[in-house]
Design a binder for this molecule. Structure first.
Ligand SMILES: [Zn+2]
Length: 335
């Protein structure tokens, strides 16, 4: 009986939902992992928690009708947590981009409106899980996800399951200290990977070089783009244009990312390490090659080193949404 129910749930469509400071995005994903319906609404966070919850429910139902389905066709939904949370108890502790969100029992509030199981999990974990089920990690059992953007986030899948950790804080890969006494990180400590290889760190080092009189294409690109922060696209343009300062700063980031990858491999020995996020996506394969080279050098066990795949994420912007949908499916089909 239970087996039959589990099979039913695995065959039914699921919904992944991304809750951001400006927009809510919901996608219905079918049994073969394809997005078959989407809906988007403004978050309007200033209207308060109740209103935002109502809008999330509405967005989910709109995505369901966009897929030409009924809510009874949906096995479950999962929302990407907008901040620190307890996924098992379904509590969002706080949300940096959503004023007034404190200890919100989001899945319960949505369940009451939607009459379907609703889950919660953090974005990088879901991004990693999405890659595991549908992307670059398909077919593996153990993998590490590292996402390089404004910060560095990580996720861990072991034996086919997302590892959340005892206090739901596993895979804080960006805050592993890889250069004690290194530059100060956003978390207040020194020498975290994030303080050495995130876009924020790369940008800091590029501006320091420019202030010290180094030549670079960056100031001109920034003037043209009318931007204050260096977007990953501008980094890519300067890198491909042979900008010596950008190349040098990126080489440093690549070196530390290589050490970070190897450190994860030395701990877990996974089949694959998947690198994603804005920086990796914009700079592409040529950015990854030096990271790989350093990583392999720092593997403790060098036997068959290259059978550990160090690859780019494939799901791009939809990774967390697809991961949320796949996570909802695993939750309802494995009981
Ligand atoms: Zn840190």
């Amino acid at each position: 009986m239970e087996g039959d129910m589990a099979k039913d749930a695995a065959d039914k469509p699921v919904v992944g939902t991304d809750l951001g400071g400006t927009k809510i995005l919901a996608g219905v994903v079918n049994e073969s992992g394809k997005i078959v319906g989407m809906a988007k609404r403004a978050t309007r966070a200033h209207e308060g928690v109740e209103q935002v919850v109502a809008r999330i429910a509405k967005t989910i139902l709109e995505a369901v009708s966009d897929a030409k389905l009924d809510r009874s066709d949906i096995a479950a939904a999962c929302v990407v947590a907008p901040g620190p949370s307890n996924p098992d108890h379904g509590i969002v502790w706080s949300a940096p981009n959503l004023p007034g969100w404190e200890e919100v029992h989001l899945p319960d509030l949505l369940k009451a409106r939607l009459d379907m199981p609703v889950f919660l999990e953090n974005d990088v974990n879901l991004g990693t899980f999405g890659e595991f089920v549908l992307g670059a990690g398909k077919g593996y059992r153990d993998l590490v996800g590292i996402f390089v953007g404004t910060g560095i986030g990580g996720g861990l899948v072991l034996d086919g399951r997302l590892r959340q950790g005892f206090r739901y804080s596993a895979a804080e890969i960006g805050h592993m200290v890889i250069l004690a006494d290194g530059p100060v990180c956003g978390c207040g400590k020194r020498g975290c990977a994030e303080a050495l290889a995130s876009r924020t760190a790369i940008e800091r080092d590029i501006w320091a070089g420019i202030r010290a009189g180094r030549e670079s294409l960056i100031p001109e690109i920034m003037k043209r783009e009318k931007r204050e922060q260096i977007p990953s696209g501008a980094l890519a343009e300067a890198y491909r244009g042979g900008d010596p300062l950008v190349t040098e700063v990126l080489a440093r980031a690549q070196f530390y990312l290589g050490i970070l990858v190897a450190t994860c491999v030395n701990l877990i020995d996974p089949e694959a390490v998947i690198l994603g996020g804005g920086v990796v996506e914009a700079l592409g394969e040529e950015f990854l090659e030096p990271v790989r080279r350093v990583a392999y050098q720092y593997f403790m066990n060098k036997r068959d080193a290259k059978s550990v795949q160090i690859v780019r994420a494939r799901l791009g912007d939809n990774a967390a949404l697809l991961g949320a949908a796949m996570f909802a499916r695993q939750k309802v089909s494995s009981k």
